[in-house]
Write a protein that binds this ligand. Structure first.
Ligand SMILES: NC(=O)c1ccc[n+]([C@@H]2O[C@H](COP(=O)([O-])OP(=O)(O)OC[C@H]3O[C@@H](n4cnc5c(N)ncnc54)[C@H](OP(=O)(O)O)[C@@H]3O)[C@@H](O)[C@H]2O)c1
Length: 280
């Protein structure tokens, strides 16, 4: 598994033209990341989607080309990114597939396996990825798996695209369901933690808005501390836990209620569900 940042990226992926199938939340996040990081200029990108009002809004805010036709978008592009809901993927690819021959097709559709995508776009070089919603603020945790036909340039391009919205890791495809369980669905677990910390603060007398703000900043700050120090989370936890102190009292209560094992089992349940949804 490799972690990737912009540093050290091969320079030869810039200037490629990209088609987006779908103009929703994830497509917008990726387009904004590509433009913000300078990997693409607005004229390099064409987004296709059935709803003209969504396309208009995206065009007005970014200056990219838009079209109602996936096929037209694909024809003008060196590579395509599939950003539609999984149930819409077959229809989107059926329209565009002839224009994707010999091109990179990057899919972020949850649960769609490389082998399934290959049936819809047999002559494409396919890569499958799982970003998460912090992509909307440039903080995604993304992992991807590439089909054997993907070239070194395809991989460089995929890594550059996802590094524009956060951090990216290469994995074997059999780990994508586990990635979905940890980071794809993970933001929801942390939102639950924020909700619970807020409720606890309110019960202890804090105004709701202050309790929520403190909880959010604490989660963001704790994550940043892990990232910036590179310390193991267990070490950082022990550093703030004095014997007999307030943190020790809280952690003992969390362990008594099985919070650690609940998180572990939750992630295993999400992984099982991801396997079921992708039809295996
Ligand atoms: N959100 C997440 O946390 C997350 C994380 C990882 C992966 N993903 C994956 O990312 C994909 C997109 O998710 P999203 O949250 O961005 O969904 P979304 O906001 O609902 O966007 C879906 C887009 O697809 C368009 N669309 C529908 N049918 C189409 C077709 N035949 N051709 C072209 N475009 C079509 C929709 O257009 P209309 O609005 O006109 O219907 C909409 O613009 C999904 O497959 C999801 O599994 C999402």
């Amino acid at each position: 598994m490799t972690a990737f940042t912009n540093k050290g990226c091969p320079p030869n992926v810039a200037g490629m033209t990209i088609a987006f199938f779908g103009a929703g939340k994830m497509a917008s996040a990726l387009i904004q990341g590509l433009l913000r990081s300078g990997i693409c200029q607005p004229g390099d990108i064409t987004a296709a989607s059935p709803d003209p009002s969504h396309l208009k809004a995206l065009q007005d805010s970014t200056g990219i080309h838009v079209t109602a036709s996936n096929s037209e978008a694909a024809r003008a592009a060196d590579a395509a990114i599939l950003c539609v809901k999984p149930k819409e993927a077959a229809a989107a690819l059926a329209q565009a597939s002839p224009e994707l021959d010999g091109k990179l097709l990057l899919s972020i559709a949850a649960g769609l396996r490389l082998s399934t995508l290959k049936k819809s776009a047999p002559a494409s070089r396919i890569v499958r990825a799982m970003p998460n919603t912090p992509a909307l603020v440039g903080k995604s945790a993304t992992a991807y798996a590439a089909a054997p036909e993907a070239t070194a340039l395809d991989i460089a391009m995929v890594e550059r695209i996802f590094s524009s919205i956060g951090e990216v890791h290469a994995v074997e495809e059999n780990l994508i369901d586990a990635v979905t369980a940890v980071s794809g669905s993970g933001p929801a677990y942390i939102f639950l933690v924020i909700e619970a910390m807020t409720e606890g603060g309110i019960r202890c007398g804090l105004p709701a808005s202050l309790a929520q703000r403190l909880a959010i900043q604490t989660v963001a700050g704790a994550g940043e501390l892990c990232l910036q120090t590179g310390e193991d989370p267990a070490t950082l936890r022990e550093m703030v836990t004095s014997p007999g102190g307030t943190t020790a009292a809280a952690l003992a209560t969390l362990e008594k209620h099985g919070v650690r094992s609940a998180f572990i089992e939750a992630i295993q349940a999400a992984e099982r569900r991801a396997v079921e949804l992708s039809g295996e």
